[in-house]
Write a protein that binds this ligand. Sequence first.
Ligand code: GTP
Length: 441
Amino acid sequence: MAAQRAQRGPGVARRERAALVGLIAGRARRHEAERSLEELAGLADAAGADVVLRVLQERPKPDPSTYLGAGKIETLAASAAETGVDVVIFDSELTPAQLRQIEEEVGRKIIDRTQLILDIFARRARTREGKLQVELAQLKYLLPRLVGAGDALSRLGGGIGTRGPGETKLETDRRRIRTRIHAVSDDIDQVRKRRAQLRERRHKSSVPTVALVGYTNAGKTTLFNRLTNAHAEASDALFVTLDPLVRQVRLPDRRELLMSDTVGFIDRLPHALVAAFRATLEETSDADLVLHVIDAAAPDRERRIAAVRQVLDEVDAADVPMVEVYNKCDALTPDERRRLTDLDPSALCISALTGEGVDEIVETMTSRLALDVQRVTLSFDPDDPADRDRIARLYRHGHVVLHETRDGQASIVADIPRRLADRMSAPPNTRSTRRRRDEAK
Ligand code: GTP
């Protein structure tokens, strides 16, 4: 964590002091509210704040003008002053009116859960597309909050909730923000087109793709690095992975696949952000296989699993074949492990950190991807450079069972991905192609 903080750079001289505020909707919900506030504390930490105060109020629903009740707001103002709080973070989305009213009464910078998550995304976005998407989500969040608030922007003054588009751009009127929204949307469209072209090219090359998904902090990047021998940053801070990284993996049967590491999901992801990151998550709906990485040691494991499944549903990826991988099994007691495998005998129990079970993932991927393999028999002219390319492609993307040369013709029997088989089955006239298809078992 120290290294992570050091990386935050000279721009952030001092960590802000934060107060967290949540509601308990009835006695039975206390545990849920506490858990949610705990997660909010993790998010605040990721955004560069130290939590110095937590306030939970029991009430069935938020007060329409101040979220908390009048008395509680007064107490909050007094405690915030006493503990030197810079920013008060509310554990749900506030209406523009609530935001202004609370700010007036508490006299501190007020942000809500959505703004906090947007801020973290703004810090972490690495590619141009990621940055544009975050900016768009921030601008959209900001727009309704400008209504009737002449100095709403200057009040922000820096720190959490103000990164991304930047204060100079934000200190402008609604018209200019709308213009900016249009410009950013156009840019995103262009980037999306390029992404679609790249994806199309990948399709044509017939290389299967596997997408890693999972709740934030599940260990996706660590596993990605294990599987691809790459060194993308793995960190304890949430949301490090904002832009999908795509890398090549070679399976033991010598076939290649492309693996993408995607953004970490989280419960109650701001809706604007789900929409904004649709393009990023399109990688997932387009994959041949999804590896759902689960933090086996998380106390609220089931809730996280459900949250991820829901987002996958929202981005139309629910139908992609999925393998659930329980990570961090090194952190489980033998009893907990047993319970997990009793619950789901097919569960892959692994540790991306120690490497335990990673071979099993590779085996599972190999067999799951092989479901879409076909056996073909093809003839080639080895003197034809184009045919030599095709032979090389068969070796690269398929498993060659037999390769014979007779009367100047090469005859090859191979198990290859269906997509490649379809392309190979439309031969030019010069090539005699016999094809026999058997579904591989
Ligand atoms: P986001 O980018 O926030 O979505 O996170 P991520 O899912 O990519 O997680 P990441 O790989 O960054 O790992 C998060 C933390 O969990 C890091 O501190 C890792 O060292 C730790 N971690 C990852 N895999 C394991 C594991 O198998 N066992 C244990 N004990 N810790 C792990």
